[in-house]
Design a protein around this ligand. Structure first.
Ligand SMILES: C[S@@+](CC[C@H](N)C(=O)[O-])C[C@H]1O[C@@H](n2cnc3c(N)ncnc32)[C@H](O)[C@@H]1O
Length: 214
């Protein structure tokens, strides 16, 4: 495991499609994360979102970054970042394999101080970084879109730049965060009238962007 604090932020943000899942209920140790699968924290949501963001049949998508922010922590939130261009074998795309990777990355972050970063393996890094800080950083390179059932319909929308889509687990985004996101220029977009899982929104977003080959 190497620390690569030297990697410039801009170089970490080169993906053309970025997804951030804010998992407010998710614990930040590997053991607790796995214990909460199918329980109140519904940590399976993280694996489903990762799967739908990164994989297509018989391949994976290039130029996609996924940031999972796990916030139920006794010390710092953990931001796990997956870069599809650098990832090696994830051991499969089934729930157990992906949860294993997430748990492993969390365990690699044990004892880290505030706002440290560790490279866990190619394409996977962990940072003790808050959601607010992550989004501020992403806003420098990407237009932000908050997923909201009552937002502007995604259909027919033209995306310029490398869009970054902000999603939550089953706990809604706090009002205070929504105001901060607004100040960063984030736009609310909807993928349809039905309340879906974050992982299902990801499929629909990819599909819309695929139409225009963005
Ligand atoms: C299960 S939902 C969150 C439900 C949560 N109780 C709430 O009220 O926001 C998970 C994520 O999917 C997004 N989402 C679900 N359905 C959507 C839709 N039709 N359009 C846009 N975003 C949607 C939500 O905004 C949220 O980011």
């Amino acid at each position: 495991m190497v620390s690569d604090d030297d990697v410039p932020v801009a170089a970490q943000n080169k993906a053309t499609r970025v997804f951030v899942l804010r998992a407010r209920a998710a614990p930040t140790t590997g053991r607790d994360l796995l214990a909460e699968v199918g329980q109140q924290a519904h940590t399976e949501i993280l694996a489903h979102t990762l799967m739908n963001a990164l994989f297509v049949a018989q391949s994976h998508r290039p130029d996609v970054a996924v940031h999972l922010v796990l916030e139920s922590s006794p010390d710092y939130s953990r931001t796990l970042s997956f870069d599809s261009n650098d990832l090696r074998d994830l051991g499969g795309f089934y729930e157990q394999a992906l949860l294993g990777k997430i748990a492993h990355a969390l365990d690699a972050s044990a004892g880290m101080g505030k706002e440290e970063r560790r490279q866990v393996e190619p394409g996977i890094s962990v940072r003790t970084l808050s959601y607010e800080k992550l989004v501020q950083e992403l806003a420098c390179d990407h237009p932000l879109f908050v997923l909201d059932r009552k937002g502007t319909p995604i259909r027919g929308k033209t995306f310029t730049g490398n869009p970054c889509f902000l999603l939550t687990d089953h706990l809604p985004m706090p009002k205070k965060s929504l105001h901060s996101l607004e100040r960063l220029g984030a736009e609310k977009i909807s993928v349809g009238p039905v309340m879906l899982f974050a992982s299902q929104c990801v499929v629909l977003i990819h599909n819309e962007l695929d139409q225009d080959n963005v």
